[in-house]
Structures are given as structure tokens and as C-alpha cells.
Design a binder for this molecule. Sequence first.
Ligand code: 5GP
Ligand code: ZN
Length: 118
Amino acid sequence: MPSNADLCLFCRIASGAIPAKKVHEDADVVAFHDINPQAPTHVLVIPRKHISALDELTDADAATIGTTIVRATEIARELHLEQEGYRVVINNGEGAGQTVFHIHVHVLGGRAFTWPPG
Ligand code: 5GP
Ligand code: ZN
């Protein structure tokens, strides 16, 4: 039976099976530029562990999601986004705009953002 490693787009990017413009990778997370950027800087930060959505998180995932968010802030700093501010988004479910079902943190910067979001 095919596994997530075979089927999931972001698992395949994490493993290197599909290319992406990576900005960071370590044992826990991979970060890469979004293929369809919604801001001058638009990076996706993903855990290597396959979790399909926020709604699937359990206490066992607390360290994984925590590390993913901490890495997102470190990457934002490396990309010099912190002074102007940046937006961090996790879409949960199709109704909220989730299209890839491997949890990912959007880090968007380099322009002004409005609130509420669309
Ligand atoms: P979602 O809509 O699930 O919150 O975000 C998925 C994001 O993944 C979208 O912003 C989309 O542009 C991005 N994306 C989809 N396919 C690819 C791909 O093959 N490579 C990269 N780098 N980004 C992708
Ligand atoms: Zn996956």
C-alpha cells in the first residue's frame, strides 16, 4: 500500500523526491518558497512528520508543531522580515483555503497586510 511518503506532495518535497526552493532544512522541519507567492516573501514551513491538518493534532504532536512554529520565526528573522512585521497563517480545512493536506505554516512578508484577512 502506498504511504504518505509516496503520495503526499509535501512529504515528497521534504524527502527531496520533488524539487523546491528550500530555505532551511533540519531533522524536524523543511522550509521552502511557495510556488505561487502571495507576498514578496512567501515561505512554507512544514514538519517532516506527516500530519494532515491542525484538526488532526494530538498532544503527541505538541513538540512537532511547536518546533515548526519556532523555526518559522527563526526563518522570518533570517529573511529580515521581523522589523516590518510578517504574517503567519495555518489554514485548516478546505473552507479555510487548505489545499495541501500536510500541515504547513505560511510565512508571508515584504508588504502590508490588512485585517480581517479575506
Ligand atoms: P494551503 O492552501 O493548503 O494553505 O497552502 C498550500 C500552498 O502550497 C499554496 O500556497 C500553494 O501555492 C503551495 N504549493 C502547492 N503546490 C506546491 C508545490 O508543488 N511547490 C511549492 N513550493 N508550493 C506549492
Ligand atoms: Zn505529508
